[in-house]
Write a protein of this length. Structure first.
Length: 739
């Protein structure tokens, strides 16, 4: 029967859209006894008859509710219950009073019972009102232990008098008698009771996955605790239930198609045809109350080829000799992708730039692959010190940190009195040997010694075999968390050795219009037959005309001697997305056209080209910007250490009252989005407070935290541990007007 009940509960829970509750409960039990017996078998507890009793106990255990609908639940509790209490019955007797002698008094028979049980309580729950529930259940208990202490005590008068011994006709000089203890004889194996209660559900967290249900219930027992006595147990219970309720959503699927068709005119084709473009599929999720919407966006651009010029047809006689005639046809178009996703032919390129200088953090940490001590390939390595040139690195925090060892090696050469200390670590979840941590540290030392010829006595490796777990261990139970623990940390006796990298001033584009360009390439090889004794080419309908791929085409976009894009291909029709990077946008010069040239080449050596020019309009802002991306914060921390304070102090040393400051806090993508956003806001506010303490008149126009809603400057993903470390940052921007 129990098995069938559990199967039914499980089936109902699967069919229901409501979530299952998993939890614990605890009760304070005000026990009461209904009884009608004179004595326990084998003990001198004889009296006119025990009728009632009371006591306090407890119960606790596991609780689960299985939904049948939004208002009906089947539940089950299993736990430990305490049915303890005391029975008593008073009667008249003779007692001895000082100075009076034998007289009438009252004494009470007591049974103090301690009873423990393992209880299983299936119950039915109904939501009377929202969050207010009525429960009806059947409690089945296995009585696992029962003991008692029995005694008779004089209760009237309260503080004086002793029992009178009728046989000896004298006082016993005692106020209690027949004191006994032991196991309760004939304790029943099972006990049953009916429960009725009410509870109220309280939301404990934002996601409503933790719920607290204070509860009041009454248990009415209808079986005897002792098999040969009439002794039943009831209780009034005050308790609380704590449930974990995993979110169960009603999943709705939506599909949104965004299909554009681009028309292309082709000369000399007989029928229209369409080429289906490659689909781009993106899925997003949206949650509204108990519904989860999974939305699939399908974007695709098809190309419709329509007729252009009609072929000039000259039906030559079959007897006339012919040869194959090839013609190269190429065409290039630049389409502007506007902010509203509309497509328009490109007319000109507009740039707004401002003079910018940036300070980027140098992360003195090198991360390693699992169970490896080899420097990962994503870090830049050179064969000798002369191959590294810091000025040739595109300004970007990731680019600089991919070159951390090269920057440190160069600075150690420039500062002969500087030394460094290297400490290696392992991830304790996925790695076990501390020797691996030492090997990782030595691989860093070997690189600096062999490539930059740094003396070995200037590099101290920590060889402590018993200390290889990071003190700020990343405890995120995922591969991302484990990656961050597999690292080597570098420190120095000369702080400036690990200072941020300062970039020279450059023109940074703050607006580019259009932001994206679509380059459309048409490159065809047209083949037809040519009559040898005539000059013109003819294209017999549906017979001799062939439309083939070129052997090669080459596309070049350039301004003067600066090449912005160079690409080769063979496809007859290609769409090439092009976005101005910060580097090539800053290289553009005002009032000099951008040239776009497409050249096609056939196997026979024939060529043809298409050439376009587009105007460049460059507007230089009257504002100069200085940006500092702070040295990274520790995991889940917002406090400013001395290194960060020193970076800020150096950065704002030339701050004046006409400058305005913007502060933006960021975080990595590990953990809760809202918590990370709040943490990034706290980091930004801590920086504001510190700047204000140095320069009270500082003018702040923006102090915000955006978590990981947007990548920090120079970060394009959170895939690697160094990208996530650098994302725990605050960017300070100081804007000054140029006189």
């Amino acid at each position: 029967m129990k098995f069938i009940t559990l199967i039914l509960i499980f089936t109902f829970s699967l069919l229901s859209k409501e979530p299952i509750y998993y939890g614990i409960y605890g009760n304070l039990n005000l026990n009461s006894f209904n009884a009608d017996f004179q004595s326990l078998d084998g003990f001198n507890t004889c009296c006119p008859g025990f009728l009632d009793g009371s006591g306090r106990g407890f119960s606790f255990g596991l609780n689960s509710r299985f939904p049948i609908s939004k208002t009906y639940y089947l539940g089950v509790k299993i736990g430990l219950s305490d049915f303890s209490g005391e029975l008593s019955r008073s009667e008249q007797t003779f007692i001895n009073l000082p100075n009076i002698g034998k007289t009438t008094g009252e004494f009470t028979h007591y049974i103090d019972a301690s009873i423990s049980a393992i209880s299983l309580e299936p119950y039915y729950s109904y939501s009377i009102l929202e969050n207010f529930n009525l429960n009806l259940g059947l409690q089945l208990s296995s009585l696992v232990s029962g003991s008692h202490n029995s005694v008779e005590k004089i209760t009237k008068p309260k503080n004086t008098g002793t029992f009178w011994d009728e046989e000896k006709n004298e006082s016993t000089n005692s106020r209690s008698r027949n004191q006994q203890s032991g196991d309760i004889p004939n304790l029943s194996a099972f006990d049953m009771g009916l429960t009725l209660g009410v509870n109220y559900q309280i939301q404990m967290n934002k996601d409503n996955t933790l719920r607290l249900l204070p509860e009041v219930s009454y248990r009415y027992g209808f079986t005897n605790i002792v098999s040969d006595n009439d002794w039943k147990m009831n209780s009034l219970n005050f308790g609380v239930n704590l449930f974990y309720v995993p979110t169960r959503y009603d999943i709705q699927y939506e599909e949104i198609n965004n299909i554009d068709t681009v028309e292309q005119v082709k000369d000399y084709i007989s029928d229209e045809y369409i080429i289906v473009g490659k689909s781009s599929i993106k899925e997003t999720e949206k949650i509204e109350k108990d519904k989860k919407y999974i939305i699939k966006y399908i974007s695709r651009t098809d190309t419709l080829f329509t007729k252009g010029k009609e072929a000039i047809i000259d039906y030559a006689k079959d007897t006339e000799p012919t040869k194959v005639y090839d013609e190269v046809a190429v065409k290039v178009e630049l389409i502007a992708l506007d902010k509203d996703n509309s497509l328009n032919e490109l007319e000109e390129i507009k740039l707004k730039v401002e003079l910018t200088s940036e300070v980027y953090p140098l992360l003195p940490i090198i991360f390693f692959d699992e169970n490896s001590s080899s420097l990962p390939s994503r870090y830049s390595k050179v064969n000798n010190k002369n191959e590294f040139d810091l000025s040739q690195i595109e300004p970007n925090p990731i680019n600089y940190n991919r070159n951390t060892l090269n920057i440190i090696g160069t600075r150690m050469i420039e500062n002969p009195s500087s030394n460094i200390s290297i400490k290696g670590y392992i991830d304790p979840t996925t790695e076990s040997e501390c020797s691996l941590a030492i090997q990782r540290a030595n691989s860093i030392k070997d690189y600096l010694v062999n490539v930059y010829k740094i003396s070995e006595n200037r590099i101290l490796v920590d060889n402590n075999i018993d200390d290889c777990i990071p003190k700020d261990l990343t405890r995120t139970q995922s591969e991302e968390g484990y990656q961050e623990n597999r690292r080597v940390e570098i420190s120095s006796n000369m702080p400036q050795l690990l200072f941020a990298v300062t970039n020279t001033k450059y023109e940074e584009p703050i607006e580019i219009e259009p932001e994206n360009i679509l380059i459309k390439v048409n490159a065809d090889l047209v083949q037809a037959k040519k009559v040898l004794n005539q000059n013109e080419v003819y294209y017999p309908k549906n017979k001799n005309y062939k439309y083939k791929m070129l052997d090669n085409w080459n596309l070049t976009i350039y301004q003067g001697s600066t090449i912005l894009l160079n690409k080769n291909g063979q496809n007859q029709y290609s769409e090439i997305p092009f976005e101005f990077s910060r580097k090539n946008a800053t290289e553009l010069r005002d009032e000099i056209d951008i040239s776009v040239e497409l050249e096609g080449v056939s196997s026979s050596g024939k060529t043809n080209s298409d050439f376009k020019k587009y105007k460049v309009v460059k507007d230089t802002s009257t504002t100069e910007v200085e940006k500092l991306t702070l040295t990274v914060f520790k995991v889940s921390q917002s406090s400013l250490d001395n290194r960060i304070k020193e970076e800020i102090r150096k950065f704002i040393k030339n701050l004046d009252e006409n400058s305005v400051i913007e502060i933006t806090g960021y975080s990595d993508d590990l953990g809760n989005a809202e918590a990370n956003k709040n943490l990034s806001a706290v980091r930004a506010e801590e920086v504001r407070k510190y700047i204000s303490s140095i320069f009270p008149k500082a003018n702040f126009t923006k102090v915000i935290g955006i978590g990981f809603e947007k990548y920090p400057p120079g970060i394009k993903s959170y895939k690697t541990p160094e990208e996530r470390f650098i994302s725990r940052t605050v960017e300070i921007s100081i804007r000054k007007r140029i006189e």
